[in-house]
Ligand binder design. Sequence first.
Ligand SMILES: Cc1cc2nc3c(=O)[nH]c(=O)nc-3n(C[C@H](O)[C@H](O)[C@H](O)COP(=O)(O)OP(=O)(O)OC[C@H]3O[C@@H](n4cnc5c(N)ncnc54)[C@H](O)[C@@H]3O)c2cc1C
Length: 385
Amino acid sequence: MDDVWDLVVVGAGPAGSAAALRARQLAPGCRVLLLDRAAFPRDKACGDGIAAHARQELALLGLPDVLDDHRPTPRLSVTSPGGAHVSAVVARPNHVVPRRVFDARLVEAARARGVEVRRHRVRTLTALGEHVLIDGHLVARAVVAADGANSAVRRLIGVPPSPDRHTAIAVRGYADVPPADDVQVIVMQSEAWPAYAWSFPVGDGTANVGYGLLLPALRQTGLPGREVLHGRLARLLPLLGGISSPVRDLRAHHLPLSSGRPAPGAGRVLLAGDAANLVNPLTGEGIYYALLSGRLAAEAVIDSPGDPLRAYRRGLRRALGRHLRTTDVLALAARSPGFIDAAIAVAARRTEVFDLLVDVGLGAGTVPPRLAAAVASRWLRDAIR
Ligand SMILES: Cc1cc2nc3c(=O)[nH]c(=O)nc-3n(C[C@H](O)[C@H](O)[C@H](O)COP(=O)(O)OP(=O)(O)OC[C@H]3O[C@@H](n4cnc5c(N)ncnc54)[C@H](O)[C@@H]3O)c2cc1C
């Protein structure tokens, strides 16, 4: 048996690395073990879009420069399912960095901060009073489960998987685009709504392109998932603009949406990132929430060793409570594509509304009642027409 670890983090994606980094930042002497079944660098199916909000989290973790060698993407273009369109410069630029690069950088930063990183796939977990026993030989005072959308640790602590109706699935690939392309394009689809295709230019003459929809809508087709996802992406490519090659490296994965979030852990095991269903149900954005929840989980473990889960719940509620309630309601309203048409139409006319929608879709934003009323009245007007 190993010595006792103050914190064992399972999964070295953004949530896990953030937890490990934060723990050593707050308590430089603590023993932190970061486990991942993969060797880094490793690929991860993702749009590679890193919101400005995530960059703020990276700065808090002591990594303000980690994206500096990647060109910012200043413009966002969104077309609603009914064809309303907005294209505008975002208040703070986003970045597009392939996950093979981004995640490996975070793991390296954690290692440099004194975190022990090991390649190991976690299979069993047992509560042992004040400790947790992992795979029969690792003993931890607390565990952060950041093992992604199909979290094994979540299952092992008895938390059910994300319900299908709160789970999306998306495919991404890479294609050639003009090197100067710096617009993140999102084209929503009325077919199988809610669904959308995207093109996020990396800045090196390639773009991450993809298509996603809800899992029940995919199942309804009765066709193999691969056929639906690859076929629709191929069909939608001409709408994404400037793509000049076939799509390569296609890869799909689930997105557990926050509208179906579970209890954020059990006992001394805290769930973070996708393992906690922290993906925005309106946009599919998850990296910001992964970084934020990983950080909060580590803060709870270090500052409240007696009952980290209670502290973590409190931290999540403070940071994201209002936002999550807002997106719960908006995800319900957005079942009607007309609601999104109205929101995008309003955003096209008013910069402050565009900025606010970006904050809600990519960060911890909420909707002031006045704006909700403006969108609702436009939605009603369009519906009556
Ligand atoms: C196609 C697609 C496009 C997306 N586009 C975007 C986007 O553009 N922007 C955005 O912000 N979000 C996007 N998302 C969501 C985003 O990818 C996730 O929210 C984010 O990766 C969550 O980070 P995480 O650290 O929680 O989990 P992950 O990044 O999934 O990391 C989990 C880690 O756990 C490891 N692991 C799993 N099981 C075990 C085990 N048993 N033992 C040890 N290790 C284990 C895995 O190897 C992996 O490294 C997209 C998702 C998909 C599927």
